[in-house]
Design a protein around this ligand. Sequence first.
Ligand code: ADP
Length: 442
Amino acid sequence: MTVGALLRRAWRASVARLVAIVAAAALLGAWLDALWPLLALSAFAILGWHYWRLHRLLARLYQRRRLRDIDGRGLWDDLEMLLHRRQNEGRARTKRLLGLVRGYRRAATLMPDAVLLVDRGTGRIDWCNRQARELLGLGPQGSEGTFGAVFPDTKVRAWLDVEQTDEPLLDQASPLDATVRLSLRLLPYSPSQWLLVVRDITKLLRLEQLRRDFVANVSHELRTPLTVVHGYLDILDADDYPELGPMLDEMRKQSARMSQLVEDLLTLSRLEAQEALAHREVVAMAPLLLTLKREAQAISAGRHHIQVEDSANVDLLGSTRELHSAFSNLVSNAVRYTPVDGRIDVRFERSADGGVMLAVQDSGYGIPAQHLPRLTERFYRVSTSRARETGGTGLGLSIVKHVLNLHQGRLDIRSEVGKGSVFACVFGPEAVVERARGSDDA
Ligand code: ADP
């Protein structure tokens, strides 16, 4: 039956019952010659019955008792039946939601990572899984305390305060055992809570260290034999062995390439081993720019138009050795990846935020856009043949990235195929030192 039909049936039955009662009262009243008293009595009886049904329904609702599924034929029965259905639907929904919540909790419990729900305002730990208890030594349910008490470290506080949802906090010591290293990741769970995922990365870091040590050791071990090979090749004079001339040239070229590769690998290992610069000095930019110009001219051997411009007139705070290595890598790339007669412009200029930028612009081959995000990976090359031809090791930009990271700077790359590229080293205002008067310009 449709809803409309049900409603009509209920109203009809109710009105029919009312009319029947009033008619019976009127007939009885006429027969007993007491029409009005009997009509009034019937009206009171009807009113009393309605009040009694209302009272019964309210009592059940107040006492949160289950209503009955009555298939009666009146308005009250229908109302009770509808409320009963609504109650059942509500219960089913709550049961389903509870099942879902239990499912999510079970999933969070089974996760190998420690998971915590942290109040954004107070830092109170509202919930955590078993792994979090074990990894962070938290108390039993309800007495976990606050996040600040678990990690009193100011570095963690600062990280949480700036709501670092993009960058995980890596290599944080566990509050239970400093040799256990953790990674912390923050996820916005709700407007009032953070979801914090804590992972034990001790093994991962150990492997990473193993890899670094291995590369550093191999590079170091290769240095001596390469020096010996170099030495012997230098002794051999092509004039004494004319038939071996081209072969000797090629051997010298390849051994020089290998030496460069070893040196670059050692530089990278050294840079990777540092978390921050141990010592910062004032890097005099005017002589450094002059050196860069000379280096570019030496590599170009007069085949390019090279210009160096210093409009910043400031110096940098950092390591002269590392910054020189980074800048000269960019300059060397610009010369090597620009055809004869191309332009190379090195500009040292202030940026709008009070920082400074060293941009190396060339009118060379350019780089297709899809390669740009991967350029600073080790051994990543856009064109292997061109890189080999020009004598690259594939580690230059990786070195540049590491050096800039150590200086809290960044590398911006813009490029257009056939038009050229701009590699800009961008530094914040904290790296800028006003130049002493009377310094040389480039
Ligand atoms: P490589 O020693 O091979 O030059 P780099 O790490 O310095 O290695 O550079 C990585 C790759 O980026 C290069 O192989 C080259 O394809 C590309 N590249 C770097 N600089 C430039 C540039 N100025 N113009 C065009 N391509 C470049």
